[in-house]
Design a protein around this ligand. Structure first.
Ligand code: C2E
Ligand code: MG
Ligand code: MG
Ligand code: MG
Length: 291
């Protein structure tokens, strides 16, 4: 019976599994060749201060497959991690973000920070800080204009190791942000003892601020804790004016989300650096005052 069942299972499911597997392998192949031939791209999403001025950008990986079209990072990153490609790809992202940021500065734009997402596999490498130092050296970007984004789970996994790694990075002069804050299981006590600079409040807490089961108490707690620890706070995924004004009222320093701008190509990002404010309603208010 078992043999029969197993056989049936094999017949029914193998083609589907094989299809998924071969699609994945094909994408992995395309990614490897893109890494070699310059097929990846970075888009940049502004982080605005409370007046709507661009204070920095988050660099986000983009890949357009010849036939599949745009492949989201949520699909790219796991494949890159499984195949170890994340190490060279991650270094490429870091170098490209630093190069571009330095380029904007050389073009005379006001200097801002660029934030780069770092995979747990990159952070776990003993030579990671050396890679970062090399990239800064190569690109000529001052470390004060580079921020590394790590998730909670990555930094609290091995506390002693992480502390050492973060200290190496801090010695270089770069800043550290905790991404998707509130979604992991980090002990707040651990967090207090790590050399970090900023918390990025996860989008899930901001999305439902004005819904019946509001996350407002959690938001208030995160912001006041961050202030007590002398950490900066970024609100992620700000889509509405209501969310923006609530975050500002509660003391959030920086805001990131579609309300201000989607992630855009480097040349569009440069144009945003020249804007007085990305806060559309602030501009409208100004116009109302003028007329
Ligand atoms: P993340 O680091 O939390 O990045 C924020 C994500 O939220 C981005 O998705 C961004 O496009 C999206 N987002 C920004 N504002 C809004 C908004 O107002 N509403 C909504 N619904 N979404 C918004 P994206 O670009 O698809 O990236 C997804 C995740 O993939 C990132 O989450 C990050 O964890 C990872 N990722 C992206 N680029 C890289 C990279 O270069 N290296 C690594 N290791 N991971 C990356
Ligand atoms: Mg991020
Ligand atoms: Mg995030
Ligand atoms: Mg995320």
């Amino acid at each position: 019976y078992e043999a029969k069942f197993g056989n049936h299972g094999t017949h029914a499911f193998t083609p589907i599994l094989n299809q998924a597997l071969s699609a994945r392998r094909e994408l992995e192949g395309e990614m490897a060749s893109a890494l070699e031939h310059g097929g990846f791209e970075l888009h940049y999403q502004p982080q605005c201060d409370r007046e709507g001025r661009v204070a920095g950008f988050e660099a986000l990986l983009r890949f357009t497959h010849p036939t599949l079209g745009v492949v989201p990072p949520s699909r790219l990153i796991p494949i890159a991690e499984e195949s170890q490609m994340i190490i060279p790809l991650g270094t490429w992202v870091l170098r490209e973000a630093c190069r571009q940021n330095r380029q904007w500065q050389l073009e005379g734009h006001p200097p801002v920070r660029v934030a780069v997402n770092i995979s747990s596999m990159q952070f776990a490498r003993e030579d990671f800080a050396d890679r970062v130092a090399e990239v800064l050296e190569e690109t000529g970007l001052s470390p004060v204009f580079l921020e590394l984004e790590l998730t909670e789970s990555v930094v609290v996994k091995d506390f002693a190791e992480s502390t050492q790694q973060l200290q190496r990075l801090k010695r270089l002069g770069v800043s550290i942000a905790i991404d998707d804050f509130g979604t992991g299981y980090s002990s707040l006590n651990y967090l207090n003892r790590l050399p970090i600079d900023r918390l990025k409040i996860d989008r899930s807490f901001i999305q439902v601020l004005h819904e019946p089961n509001s996350t407002l108490p959690i938001l208030e707690a995160i912001i006041s804790m961050a202030k007590n620890m002398e950490l900066g706070v970024v609100g992620e995924g700000v889509e509405t004016e209501e969310q923006r004004s609530m975050l500002c009222l509660k003391g959030c320093d920086l805001l990131q989300g579609y309300l201000f701008s989607r992630p855009v190509q480097a040349n569009r990002a440069a144009a945003l650096l020249q804007a007085e404010t990305l806060y559309a309603s602030a501009e409208q208010e100004d116009e109302r005052i003028v007329t």
